[in-house]
Design a protein around this ligand. Sequence first.
Ligand SMILES: Cc1cc2nc3c(=O)[nH]c(=O)nc-3n(C[C@H](O)[C@H](O)[C@H](O)COP(=O)(O)OP(=O)(O)OC[C@H]3O[C@@H](n4cnc5c(N)ncnc54)[C@H](O)[C@@H]3O)c2cc1C
Length: 394
Amino acid sequence: MPPRTVDVAVVGGGCSGLAVAGELSRRAPELEVLVLEGRTRPDPRVWCSWDDGSDPVPEARSASWDRWEVRTRAGISTGTDPDHPYRMVRAEDRREAVDRRLAESRVAVVDGAAVHDFDRRAHDGRHVLQTGAGTVEARLVVDATGHDPLPSPQHGAVLLHQRFVGLWISTARPVFDPTTVTLMDFTDAPDDQVRFVYVLPVSPTEALVESTVFTPERRSSIDFRAHVRDYVHRRWGLEPHEWTVTGSESGCVPMTDAAPPRPGGDATIATVAGVVRPSSGYGYARAHRHAPTVVDHLLDGTPAPAFRDTWRTRALDAVFLRFLRDRPDAAPEAFRRLFTLPGPLVVRFLTERSTPRDELRIVLVLPKAPFVAALLRTVRETCVARWRRSACRA
Ligand SMILES: Cc1cc2nc3c(=O)[nH]c(=O)nc-3n(C[C@H](O)[C@H](O)[C@H](O)COP(=O)(O)OP(=O)(O)OC[C@H]3O[C@@H](n4cnc5c(N)ncnc54)[C@H](O)[C@@H]3O)c2cc1C
């Protein structure tokens, strides 16, 4: 088969790849864009985020909550922000909605088209990509294959792995409260690990119950499914015969304050990776907010930058990551206290819209001694890393 020639090849039809493809279809409808997705089956993931108005396919959402809680042995904190509800999107529904929107456009999404070889140097103004669906030639390439789940740690940076296994549970009797998301339940958390359960109740008889841990170890021996089983029994008194598993999702999201890679000098390749927030692992809304910047640069012919938070967010996240790494025993209380603050303030912070005043209120509510220790370690580790880098260059 002769190579298919397009203007733009987007490698990876996940969260960022589809966001960039949609943005290209709106901004440059004359361009022929091919999204090359490796999967042959629908993506089983769900994405949740506080609605900040950035989602270009809001019709794909299937659940929404304006109340959330954090549970610890010391008590429960609840929050609400009716202007920014917590919304859920199934990856499969988002893909269908994107397909519908792109039906009349010059953008096509091809499944089973894993790119196994891709020459990063252009020849005669074209990149050649070998894919599971044949050879593709493109003037511009967007690498949207996602983050490496197990990146190598960078000197002076913190790297925690957010690992989770979630089970979609269907029950014989109504037990779930669909008005409230449990963002974190630490009631059975061990002292040496940041470990919690996340619950998305979509009806009184259906919920995603997810066992999650933040760990510096590259591997984990935790039996996440057993943790979910125990939790379901402890919290709702459900016996094994009273519920069934209808689906699952699992993942490992790196949480790191390592600097994102600088864009190469080549303006014909844009890499859209590293959008997840270091201190939380949330990346869905950030991918949508980053897509217009990537498209600006692609159309201008300038190298697209990586997503970069403001210096205040980076500094707070660096301290928070060290706190989580060094004081897992204190993490439940820190999250409980954070969520005692007014819901809109907490949501501004979690969606990178917080003001210096918001951040001061957050700092004041958190446990002082472990955060001061984390701040001092952040300063020390950053200085040592800078000194090493300058010594290496000299
Ligand atoms: C299970 C899971 C649940 C998450 N839930 C949330 C959440 O609720 N809220 C939130 O804000 N963040 C969440 N995140 C974090 C983050 O937002 C997501 O990882 C997000 O999908 C990242 O977007 P991405 O485009 O970088 O990567 P992805 O969405 O993973 O997209 C990468 C795509 O590239 C494809 N691909 C990879 N290699 C190739 C190749 N060689 N050729 C062709 N295609 C390829 C993959 O199949 C995939 O579809 C979650 C992460 C995981 C893993």
